[in-house]
Design a protein around this ligand. Structure first.
Ligand SMILES: Nc1ncnc2c1ncn2[C@@H]1O[C@H](COP(=O)(O)OP(=O)(O)O)[C@@H](O)[C@H]1O
Ligand SMILES: [Mg+2]
Length: 224
């Protein structure tokens, strides 16, 4: 049954976590490992991934003191970007049997816009379903680091600073707790990876989890 499913649909793997947890670093490594293992891989990110979604990303990551982006506007822009991304890039790739690796996806929206900004989770979940047409990741890795560690890594790399780096540590702690709450609610799909370690160690654990999971994905993760 699994073999049949793999012929008709690729695998959708997402990386989540607070700023500076190592998502962008690790997704590059994972793409390399999977390509070398012979999989056809698409590496992408949110918000973004298509021309329109990347244009929306620019709006989201640029602070304006004249016209602050409201939490609802932020959420709606993220959903608009996600709808373009799923429709024009992710879904077609999965249809072709590609392994899609995405840096942030729906769980980030629940963690940031829900747990941290305080928008109602029910509304976010329902609207997300509209944006994704119900597509959920098969496997989600949450890279977990103390917020102070993540933010210090980002500060050391000024080129990466964006509007979200201006948020308080308290905000980022809510995000981190949000991710851990989401994992507790969907343990079949989501795994926590301790990312407060040297990059190589994190990389090895991610490789082990993903290759092990691909060899025998738990059935329940297909539907959760
Ligand atoms: N395990 C690690 N230990 C120390 N520094 C790291 C580690 N992983 C990533 N970094 C560095 O921290 C910064 C943020 O990493 P990045 O992968 O961009 O995180 P994210 O995409 O989650 O914000 C980068 O400068 C990166 O080189
Ligand atoms: Mg990143």
């Amino acid at each position: 049954m699994r073999a049949k499913k793999q012929r008709t649909r690729g695998l959708f793997i997402t990386l989540e976590g607070v700023e500076g947890s190592g998502k962008s670093t690790q997704i590059r490594h994972l793409a390399e490992v999977l390509s070398q293992a012979g999989y056809r891989v698409l590496q992408t990110r949110e918000p973004g991934g298509t021309a329109t979604a990347e244009a929306i990303r620019k709006i989201l990551l640029t602070a304006s003191s004249h016209e602050p982006i409201t939490p609802r506007t932020e959420a709606l822009l993220i959903f608009a970007a996600r709808c373009q991304h799923v429709t024009h890039l992710i879904a077609p790739a999965l249809q072709r049997g590609t392994v899609v690796l995405c840096d942030r996806f729906s769980d980030s929206t629940l963690a940031y816009q829900g747990f941290a900004r305080g928008l109602p989770l029910k509304w976010l979940v329902a609207t997300d379903r509209v944006a994704t047409s119900g597509l959920t990741p098969d496997l989600t890795l949450v890279l977990d680091v103390p917020v102070s560690v993540g933010l210090a890594r980002r500060r050391a790399d000024r080129a990466q600073q964006n509007r979200l780096d201006g948020e308080t540590e308290r905000f980022h702690r809510k995000v981190r707790r949000g991710f851990l709450t989401l994992v507790a609610a969907a343990p079949a799909r989501m795994r926590v990876v301790n990312a407060n370690r040297p990059s190589q160690e994190v990389r090895d654990e991610i490789t082990q989890i993903v290759l092990g999971w691909m060899a025998r994905p738990p059935r329940s993760s297909r539907r959760s």
